[in-house]
Design a protein around this ligand. Structure first.
Ligand code: G3I
Length: 386
């Protein structure tokens, strides 16, 4: 009897160990939950991150467990952009996006689709016919509709919200000059929202852009959204990208934008958040990726490590920003970081390639920085959301 019991016990133990081994050795794992950043924000707003292709593919062995611990929302940094998911006419490449969505679902995360329409990272063929001539308005609308129906349709009920239109307004507050505007006209934004709504009526739909906390551009976005609302088009949220710096934008400016967007009945999301800590070339503010500058040593002040004194400056800035987000926790529904840890940030290579930046809450070894502690302290003291 004892022998049988031991056998059963040994067998159970073997099954248990095998399960643990399997769950740790393939990409399909269910991640054990430890307390992480997201837990401190329970009942307030979602805490998200962007996932790079390598992270989605599980090539970065620490990342996926770490993300499941600290974040409850994910966005593909690149995998769902038109050039990636629909690289050629009639050819869709869903592999990475599917993996990300599976991972998000397994870990009960709110999944964000980024993005359906953008002036950038959209192949040239999208705007041309088979002879290389510019498409007509009707043909481009048809192509946009087909793209949105295919992509949104595939993830219907799985992706909770879409960046439907990304960066359609210029820094002057006018519609940005793009092929979409040139061929379709200003109502390309309206059409994109209509198609997305039809493709998944339950998904949230967002307008996403950078520098839209700043007065000039903000006014352009407010006008755009009011025009859409007047036509009966519902925009669920505005995505303020939040590619910010130690000393800008001013907190008052951000607060003013929160009030203005909330007054339109929109939820507010900080969608691509980081705080840049190294110098920017004059005139470059925001995230216009066509702007670039050459490498210069003096523009790369911390090539080895980030000094403690600067960690404190970053911590203070993060605390002040989160203080503001928490003040508007009735309106702010998600804060998504653009990268998991400093080594993943696009800010290491933009606008100057090959620098070392330290803009996130976790360092290159996945260790929390003083800024992480400062954010936790901030949320612990914030009044509870009613
Ligand atoms: O994956 C390829 C790799 O195979 C190749 O060897 C290498 C050589 O250039 O390129 C790699 O792809 C790069 C990709 O990032 C992954 O690192 C692309 O060239 C590069 O263009 C791409 O940059 C992305 C950029 O958008 C353009 O799509 C950044 O990762 C991404 O952070 C950035 O994100 C945007 C948001 O979508 C919209 N708002 C602004 C934000 C920052 O620009």
């Amino acid at each position: 009897m004892i022998i049988i019991k031991n056998r059963i016990t040994n067998f159970s133990l073997a099954v248990f160990l095998l399960t643990v081994f399997m769950s740790c050795s393939n990409g399909q794992k269910t991640v054990p939950q430890q307390e992480g950043l997201k837990d401190y924000f329970k009942g307030r707003f979602l805490i998200g991150t962007a996932l790079s292709d390598d992270q989605i593919l599980g090539k970065d062995s620490l990342a996926l467990d770490f993300v499941a611990r600290h974040f409850n929302s994910i966005t593909a940094e690149n995998a769902m952009k038109w050039e990636r998911i629909h690289p050629e006419p009639g050819v869709y490449s869903f592999g990475k996006a599917d993996s990300m969505v599976d991972y998000g679902q397994r870990n009960n995360m709110f999944i964000v689709g980024h993005c359906l329409l953008w002036h950038s990272q959209t192949p040239k063929w999208v705007f041309e016919d088979s002879l290389g001539k510019p498409l007509t308005r009707e043909a481009l609308l048809q192509r946009l509709k087909e793209h949105i129906f295919t992509v949104v349709g595939r993830y219907k009920g799985k992706v909770g919200g879409w960046d439907v239109v990304n960066e359609a307004i210029g820094d002057d507050g006018m519609m940005r000059k793009s092929k979409w505007l040139e061929i379709i006209g200003e109502d390309f934004v309206q059409k994109a929202f209509e198609y997305a709504r039809e493709a998944d009526p339950k998904a949230e739909l967002y307008y996403n852009d950078y520098n839209i906390e700043l007065k000039g551009k903000r006014e352009g976005v407010i006008k755009l959204i009011k025009d859409l609302q007047a036509k009966g088009i519902k925009v669920d949220a505005v995505g303020i990208q939040g590619h910010w710096h130690l000393d800008s934008p001013d907190l008052n400016e951000i607060e003013e934008s929160f009030r203005a967007y909330a007054a339109l009945g929109l939820k507010i999301m900080i969608t691509e958040f980081e705080v840049n800590v190294i110098p920017e070339p004059t005139g470059i503010v925001g995230a216009e990726i066509s702007q670039r500058a050459d490498y210069q040593e003096k523009m790369n002040p911390y090539p080895v490590s980030f000094p403690d004194s600067m960690q404190q400056v970053l911590a203070k800035r993060y605390a002040a920003l989160f203080d503001l987000f928490l003040k508007y926790q009735d309106n702010v529904s998600r804060v998504t970081f653009w990268g998991v840890q400093d080594g993943n940030s696009w800010k290491n290579n933009w606008p100057i390639p090959g620098r070392k930046n330290y803009p996130l809450l976790f360092d290159r070894n996945y260790e929390p920085k003083p800024a992480y502690q400062a954010v936790i302290e901030t949320v612990k003291k914030a009044p509870v959301k009613q």
